[in-house]
Ligand binder design. Structure first.
Ligand SMILES: [Ca+2]
Ligand SMILES: [Ca+2]
Length: 481
């Protein structure tokens, strides 16, 4: 536990040695060293979250944890971390608060000095100062939120301990232990999500972040946004990062909760008599009970227009530019192979979530839809995003799970002749190129060789909602709003 207590001290070291003269030079030179200092501090805070996660993971992975001792350690460790990261109520926290005040004062000085910066560099210098200001504010918030999460985690652990002791009496040790493991697992998920929020807040400085960080985003070191979605580079498409996964139910839920956006009308869900509008929605897409969605499943029953409204909301929230991928960007993500997996049709085991034999239940079975030979991916309807291995660029579920809306209008000629023929036979034509938007990648309902091809473009009316359709988003990093 001890190394936790050192971390807040380390936080302070990043602020040493900021002389006013150096600051003035920094501003004229673009302020990189100030930003560098802020980044050091951000990394320290992030490291604390990781320590917390690791501690909990290590704890639940023990075969036979010695509970009283472990509880005491965890509880004391969390309490220390909470106290140490509280800006107002601890010795080091007090110092940190002073440092923050000092930083604010220096920023005010810098702003005053901007008047004497040569005019040709003044705009850039002012932008840099604003950027640093934003980072300092975000850092303060992140540290506060660390204190909050440590406090609430401790309370929850204490409550779990009480429950555990009662459960041992009721259900016996083995079952009680299993329940406990699950609950602590949920806690870890919650801490991760909050870490995502804090890291997102830290990066949430004005303008088009992660500008300047773009070159350090890789598939191994993704950019994490405020929802906890991970963004990685798109091969051959500089200036754009794409989400590793489809947009989840929890993400769409955050949007609806914040805005009151209404997206529950007219969704087509798979019913005994086929795809029907019977009052289903993204909150209840009509899946069998055992295949019900959780927050980590991809949101379905959302139209192209809904997806676009989500992007606009998220852009406002974070001061960044999010949008749907273009058809060309989606192609870059999936790569040049004939299928999203390596090799021929049918897909190899665990290639992705399509209509395998596992899907042949309930309304699917009643509708006598086809499945892919003896393929079994284990997911009856949707699967939690990222359940299957990523492609070589780091993207999950480009093939299957849900069809993904793209920015472009659908045109038959986007498809190769073979796919065109199949679509034409099903009623598609070229008469009005502005009726449908592009959908890519197939879904849990897809079984045909054609619909599983990397290059297959399906179509949907922009206002249509369906139980196999969802979306993934991209983040522009190239230029400011
Ligand atoms: Ca499946
Ligand atoms: Ca997909």
């Amino acid at each position: 536990m001890r190394r936790w207590m050192l971390l807040p001290l380390l936080l302070l070291q990043g602020t040493q040695g900021w002389l006013p003269a150096q600051e003035a030079r920094d501003v004229q030179a673009g302020g990189m060293s100030i930003i560098g200092q802020c980044e050091v501090m951000e990394r320290r805070v992030t490291a604390q979250w990781e320590v917390l996660e690791k501690l909990l993971s290590d704890w639940i992975s023990k075969e036979q944890p010695d509970l009283p001792v472990e509880w005491a350690g965890l509880s004391a460790g969390l309490e220390n971390l909470r106290r140490e990261s509280d800006l107002k109520n601890s010795a080091t926290g007090g110092d940190l608060a002073k440092e923050m005040t000092d930083l604010r004062r220096r920023i005010a000085d810098l702003n005053a000095k901007l008047a004497s910066v040569p005019e040709e560099t003044r705009r850039d210098a002012a932008a840099k100062v604003r950027q640093v200001e934003g980072r300092i504010g975000a850092l303060e918030k992140a540290v506060q939120s660390l204190a909050t999460v440590c406090g609430s985690t401790r309370t929850k652990l204490d409550a779990l301990k009480d429950t555990f002791e009662v459960n041992i009496q009721l259900e016996g040790a083995a079952k009680a232990r299993e329940t406990l493991r699950q609950k602590v697992g949920d806690l870890i998920v919650e801490i991760r999500r909050k870490r995502g929020d804090a890291v997102g807040a830290m990066a949430g400085v004005p303008a088009p972040v992660p500008a300047g960080r773009e070159s350090v985003v890789t598939k191994e070191k993704p950019f994490l946004n405020s929802l906890g979605l991970e963004f990685i580079p798109l091969p051959g498409k500089p200036g754009v990062l794409m989400s590793r996964t489809e947009t989840r139910v929890r993400d769409f839920d955050a949007f609806v909760r914040d805005t009151g956006y209404e997206a529950t009308e007219g969704a087509y869900t798979l019913e005994k008599g086929g795809w029907k509008q019977v009052g289903g929605s993204w909150m209840n897409p009509g899946f069998p009970k055992r295949a019900a969605q959780t927050g980590d499943h991809p949101v379905v029953c959302v139209s192209w227009e809904d997806a676009r409204a989500f992007c606009e909301w998220l852009s406002r929230q974070e001061g960044r530019r999010y949008r749907l991928p273009t058809d060309a960007e989606w192609s870059a993500a999936v790569g040049g192979q004939e299928y999203p997996w390596k090799g021929a049709f049918p897909p190899p085991p665990r290639a992705g979530n399509y209509a395998g034999i596992e899907a042949n239940t309930g309304a699917f079975k009643a509708g006598r839809y086809e499945v892919i030979g003896d393929y079994d991916d284990g997911a009856e309807r949707t699967a939690p995003v990222g359940s299957y291995a990523p492609n070589p660029f780091g993207f999950h579920d480009l093939g299957g799970n849900v069809w993904e809306w793209c920015e472009d209008w659908f045109q038959l000629s986007m498809n190769d002749p073979e796919v065109q023929k199949v679509l034409r036979d099903s009623g598609a034509d070229e008469r009005d190129p502005h009726q449908y938007r592009v959908l890519r990648g197939g879904s849990w309902f897809s079984f045909s060789e054609i619909s599983l091809r990397s290059g297959c473009r399906a179509r949907g009316r922009p206002d249509s909602r369906g139980g196999a359709n969802g979306f993934r988003i991209v983040l522009e990093t190239g230029s400011g709003p």
